[in-house]
Design a protein around this ligand. Structure first.
Ligand code: MIC
Ligand code: SF4
Length: 642
């Protein structure tokens, strides 16, 4: 049979289930990646599993998210992670070494391997021909313990690229264009596989922009072939030996094909407040801009900073604009400091930031009230920048640099072609792994915990009858940023009792108190939601903290993949309306009852009685036998018997 790249990798790693769309399959995970914001809890969960050393081929723990050390909490987490990495056989990428996805691409990714990461942008690794998937921390801990990763076998959409990008148009415009077609919902359990002649015109860092932001479609991952371009990149990273070719068979089968001629792509932008709200930059030309932020795991490679830096160094940052640049890695930073790009940026008035996630996650650089902030990152959810009234637009480095100089949006295609900076990738990158600490040769290492680091919370098995109250009714597209805010709140990630006080902070800051009051009365809490609940970040705290507050079910019109899996891992029922209009008949404070849970879960359909309104309605839940057992046990940690 003619195989696409996705099925070639899946079949090579298949350990359970039939590899057919919509079946649950279990695959072997070769590599894992964790970062400090999700990784501290993942590591605590790994410890709770009682395994001596990780069982993967490679596991790397990065510190890149919570690097603003206001108070002792983040530094304590870093110290804990460093000691746990040495103890359990994990490589440790020190703070200052760079953003996990950029560094993993540079130093560790290998074509044809599986990578599971506790971060939704793990698919960045697909640029090297890896099957790279984001998941909740508990799933990563379980993979580090040598267990299989279970996923719904995906459908594969082929994105056939032809032609070549014009000058002033770049990879970010391609993925924004694709988001305009696919949107941020309705792509659960699909993989985007790239092919066609246009692929050969894109270098690995450009492919990585596309696989990175593919996460915003909700797809399981995105993947490129591993070809000659991949070999050249890996050689330049002094890792040519780890390269191998990986291509789809001629006439391989796909669920659907989308063809894009790269010559037709124009500069694009995602408008507030969704990465799926797409328009051409031309339609924004002249609109005033207050902040420009260049960086994040989407656009912080040497190529991107070279182009942006060349443009910026031709002038001065506009007096009404605050322009910041955060390089993606120490490798990128050291190369731009050697080739003069950094000094060009400094002289144009750029504010140079640490090479971390920083502004992207609202850790510092919150813009002024009501600001128009133009960013090269991948998410512009309301409030994520740290300023609730800000309007965030996502664009390419080219569009961002022009906006910084002009103080307003400028259509890059209105610039003379001859002014487009010429970039050619270096023969060798500045490889220096001294900021990556290999694990200790044996397990005789003391693990150091600070006072903010608690135990992973435990749940109780699901009772046969759940008497509950709806605490909140949200709308569509609720992101995990809405459920569990990041930014300044992130430092409580290792302290679930404290972090739980911020559940739904932006929508209803009293949520946690209401939930705890119900819990004390012996009633469960229910969350009611619209379409695409749980978009965005993989943060399992968006399930773990509601669990801590006594939430037993989320009833929604639809769920996003990673969040639905996290809810199951923490013993919360992800229930989908059979008839979506029933959503309109329910309200916050309604009391509801779910009976005969174990039988109804097995049937896949549950009848719920609303005792406040004297009505009943049906929801469905589609679970494998394994997932049914996890839910009834009260979550994955209980199910694993630990
Ligand atoms: C994000 O971009 O939202 C994050 C912060 O990287 C998250 C991970 C987290 O919540 O720590 C993600 O994308 O999964
Ligand atoms: Fe970090 Fe932003 Fe990338 Fe998330 S999206 S990993 S916060 S840079």
């Amino acid at each position: 049979m003619k195989k696409n790249i996705v099925y070639k990798i899946l079949e090579n790693h298949l350990m359970a289930g039939k590899p057919e769309p919509d079946n649950e399959i279990g695959i072997k995970i070769d590599q894992t990646l964790t970062q400090d914001a999700t990784g501290t809890m993942a590591c605590l969960q790994f410890e709770a599993m009682g395994i001596n050393r990780v069982k993967t081929e490679l596991s790397v723990s990065y510190v890149d998210h919570n690097t603003l050390q206001e108070g002792f909490e983040n530094a304590d987490d870093h110290r804990y992670l460093k000691s746990a990495a040495a103890r359990y056989g994990i490589y440790f990428s020190r703070p200052g070494n760079g953003i996990c996805h950029q560094v993993h691409l540079e130093r560790f990714g290998v074509p044809g391997k599986t990578l599971l990461g506790s971060d939704s942008h793990t698919p960045t690794g697909g640029a090297l021909g890896m099957m790279a998937i984001g998941a909740g921390g508990l799933d990563i801990a379980s993979a580090m313990a040598g267990n299989l990763f279970y996923l719904t076998c995906p459908r594969v959409i082929k994105i056939e690229l032809t032609g070549k990008l014009r000058k002033w148009v770049s990879a970010k415009d391609i993925i924004l264009h694709i988001l305009g077609i696919l949107s941020t919902k309705g792509n659960v359990n699909t993989v985007l596989e790239y092919g066609g002649d246009g692929v050969k015109t894109l270098t690995v860092p450009e492919r990585a922009v596309i696989t990175n932001m593919g996460a915003e479609t909700g797809a399981t991952t995105s993947i490129f072939p591993s070809d000659e371009i991949t070999r050249i990149f890996m050689k330049a990273q002094k890792r040519e030996k780890e390269w191998s070719v990986l291509e789809a068979d001629h006439d391989a089968l796909y669920d659907r094909t989308i063809t894009l001629n790269l010559n037709d792509i124009v500069p694009m932008a995602a408008l507030p407040h969704s990465p799926g709200n797409i328009a051409g930059v031309k339609s924004l030309a002249g609109k005033k801009v207050n902040q420009v932020a260049i960086g994040s795991c989407t656009n912080s490679s040497l190529r991107d900073l070279f182009i942006a830096g060349k443009i910026l160094s031709r002038g001065t940052v506009h007096p009404d604009v605050s322009c910041i640049v955060a390089p993606g890695s120490r490798q990128v930073l050291s190369m731009i400091s050697e080739n003069g790009i950094l000094s060009g940026m400094i002289s144009s008035g750029v504010r140079i930031m640490e090479n971390t996630c920083g502004f992207c996650i609202g850790n510092g650089q919150a813009p002024e009230s009501g600001a128009i902030s133009v960013r090269t990152s991948n998410r512009n959810f309301e409030g994520r920048s740290g300023t609730p009234s800000a309007q965030v637009y996502l664009v390419s480095p080219e569009s961002a640099a022009l906006a910084a100089l002009h103080g307003c949006f400028v259509d890059p295609l209105s610039m003379p072609e001859a002014d487009y900076p010429e970039y050619s990738a270096p023969e060798y990158f500045a490889v220096d792994d001294r900021m990556i600490i290999p694990p200790a040769p044996d397990a005789k290492i003391e693990i150091i915990r600070g006072p903010n680091i608690g135990e992973p919370p435990k749940n109780t098995p699901l009772p046969e009858t759940v008497s509950a109250q709806i605490i909140i009714k949200t709308g569509d597209k609720i992101t995990t940023d809405h459920i569990m805010p990041a930014g300044a709140r992130l430092k409580y990630r290792s302290n679930i009792k404290k972090y739980s006080e911020f559940v739904f902070e932006m929508i209803d800051s009293g949520f946690w108190k209401k939930a705890l009051a119900l819990k004390e009365k012996g009633l469960a809490g229910i969350i009611l939601a619209g379409e695409s609940y749980g978009q965005g970040s993989s943060r399992e705290h968006a399930a773990m903290c509601p669990m801590y507050l006594g939430i037993k079910a989320v009833i929604a019109k639809s769920f996003e993949r990673i969040h639905a899996a996290n809810l199951i891992n923490f013993g919360i029922l992800p229930l989908v309306f059979v008839n979506p209009s029933d959503y309109n008949r329910l309200d916050a404070n309604d009391e509801i009852v779910l009976k005969n849970i174990s039988r109804q879960i097995t049937d896949g359909k549950i009848i719920i009685t609303n005792t406040s309104k004297n009505i009943s309605f049906s929801v469905h839940i589609s679970l494998s036998t394994r997932q049914q057992k996890i839910l009834l046990a009260g979550g994955l940690l209980n199910y694993s018997g630990k």
